[in-house]
Design a protein around this ligand. Structure first.
Ligand SMILES: Cc1cc2nc3c(=O)[nH]c(=O)nc-3n(C[C@H](O)[C@H](O)[C@H](O)COP(=O)(O)OP(=O)(O)OC[C@H]3O[C@@H](n4cnc5c(N)ncnc54)[C@H](O)[C@@H]3O)c2cc1C
Length: 468
């Protein structure tokens, strides 16, 4: 019996959940991901080695929350039962303002990755039929007609390595990479072969006030710098604070003692031991925008000034003496496409005619592990209903999702960009300051002209938004 082959392009939470779900429903799911060492995307951990020492950081996702009664809640409970998640005690995480820590007191369960987030990504990856990594997918070419006759040939690039033929392509990443991939989907006469999916992937960068976001008809992505450092002498932070959303700073938005946090997972994986502490500090989207550079090749001068500014501001916000952070290891990473500020307003994108779709946190928002997983589940339902209509759990899912119309709207103001995850209530951190428009898409270091041209054509050059 022929088993339909589904290509899932992107192995973050959405791609991994989609691959696992499809495989569990009898379909052949191949997940492609660029991860060198593991999958996970924006829910992964960064391992580092320096002078014979090793350190591990949760440099993006800090904790997960669940909407009560959601499918994600059941999933998270399963992951916790498997020992992949642990609960973060409420008195250890909260908000930090001018050196004063206020623990959350909202009764919300906050899950952390036990031993970091890599074990969760590895567990999810095992559920797919196959995972191909590290593998960039750079081209998708239609073969056959529309609907049931449509097949897709994937390749690493327009004239790159062939990666196989599939009955459906699910794009489970966003931003300029996703848009570029969808743009390679062309019929022989050069017309778009996945127009609906491609239209949903238009995007631009920004760190905008809510009122401006309301005018956008596309995905607007913020950026975030992650500062990772290790100290050999524990920092003198007050009140057992292990993680906090930072309120009232223009530079930093989050700080977390990874060593203390991971202790709740009962396995020490952050360092080799002793008094060493690993910390992660996140910037605000505005600071990231003001200090933008090519994320694959961060100039040393930019890294040095970002490290200095974020360290100084973290010390101030945490009520530490200036200069008291004396790291034995420091690293920065720029999450160029960190968090969606706008969401498409559909559970996932699905086109039965072209046999393409897309899922991720940007579909419903707010940017979160829950949003990514729920979007994947919605797309899994529609794909299953298409290929196994008689046995599908939700036979109407394909028609429903096919008919859903994308309507972009702000996720939930600036709070979403700064970590207002489902089920939690982070106090308003004030509007992000309106930054002047930059001609030519320039942040520090600039970006390629081809990128700017392609998105400008798609409407990315409107006032107040930087093209990708
Ligand atoms: C700094 C930061 C902190 C966050 N903190 C939290 C938090 O505490 N709690 C929370 O719930 N959420 C948090 N989030 C949000 C959460 O991480 C995301 O919403 C979620 O992980 C998104 O998953 P995804 O699958 O939609 O996308 P991604 O994780 O972005 O996955 C996409 C994957 O596709 C791969 N890929 C891209 N292009 C290609 C290609 N052409 N070929 C193959 N593979 C490709 C990428 O490498 C990546 O692995 C945070 C995000 C950031 C950036």
């Amino acid at each position: 019996m022929y088993v339909p082959r589904i290509a899932v392009v992107g192995g973050g939470v959405s791609g991994l959940v989609l691959g696992k779900e499809l495989a569990s429903r009898g379909l052949h799911a191949t997940v492609f991901d660029t991860g060198e060492h593991a999958c996970g995307g924006r829910a992964s951990s960064r391992e580092a080695a320096d002078n014979g020492r090793r350190f591990s950081f949760d440099h993006s996702t800090q904790y997960m929350t669940c909407t009560e009664g959601s499918r994600f809640e059941s999933m998270a409970k399963e992951w916790a039962k498997e020992g992949l998640l642990a609960e973060w005690p409420a008195d250890r995480v909260g908000t930090l303002k001018d050196g004063s820590f206020t623990p959350f007191d909202d009764g919300v369960v906050r899950y952390i990755g036990a031993g970091g987030l890599r074990p969760l990504a590895d567990f999810l990856a095992e559920g797919s039929t196959e995972v191909v990594r590290p593998q960039w997918v750079g081209a998708m070419t239609p073969v056959g007609g529309e609907g049931p006759k449509r097949r897709w040939e994937l390749a690493s690039g327009p004239r790159g390595k062939p990666l196989g033929t599939f009955d459906f392509v699910a794009i489970s990443h966003n931003g300029k990479c996703a848009l570029r991939l969808a743009e390679t989907a062309k019929l022989q006469d050069g017309s778009p072969a996945a127009a609906k999916t491609r239209a949903s992937l238009q995007c631009a960068f920004g760190a905008r006030p809510t009122e401006e976001l309301k005018k956008q008809r596309k995905l607007i992505l913020s950026s975030v710098w992650a500062l990772m450092f290790a100290v050999d002498k524990p920092l003198n932070v007050k009140d057992n604070m292990e993680g906090a959303h930072i309120v009232g700073s223009e530079v930093v938005s989050w700080a977390s003692n990874i060593t203390a946090k991971r202790r709740h997972g009962k396995v020490r994986t952050d360092t080799d031991g002793g008094d060493t502490q690993c910390w992660v500090v996140h910037s605000t989207p505005q600071f990231a925008r003001d200090n933008k550079c090519p994320q694959e090749a961060i100039p040393k001068s930019v890294a040095d000034s970002v490290i200095a500014a974020m360290t100084r501001e973290f010390e101030r916000c945490a009520g530490l003496e200036p200069g008291s952070v004396k790291p034995v290891f420091t690293k920065v990473q720029l999450w160029g496409a960190a968090n969606p500020l706008t969401a498409a307003g559909v559970p996932a994108v699905f086109d039965s005619e072209t046999r393409t779709g897309a899922c991720g946190d940007w579909c419903q928002g707010p940017p979160s592990v829950e949003a990514a997983a729920e979007s994947a589940l919605a797309l899994a339902d529609a794909i299953e209903a298409t290929f196994s209509p008689t046995t599908a759990r939700d036979p109407a899912a394909a028609g429903r999702l096919d008919a859903a119309k994308v309507r972009w709207a702000p996720c939930s103001g600036d709070a979403a960009a700064l970590g207002a995850f489902p089920g939690t209530n982070v106090p308003s951190m004030g509007e992000i300051a309106a930054a002047p428009r930059r001609e030519g898409g320039g942040g520090r270091g600039g970006r390629g002209g081809a990128d700017n041209a392609s998105v400008a054509a798609a409407g990315g050059a409107e006032a107040g938004v930087e093209p990708v």
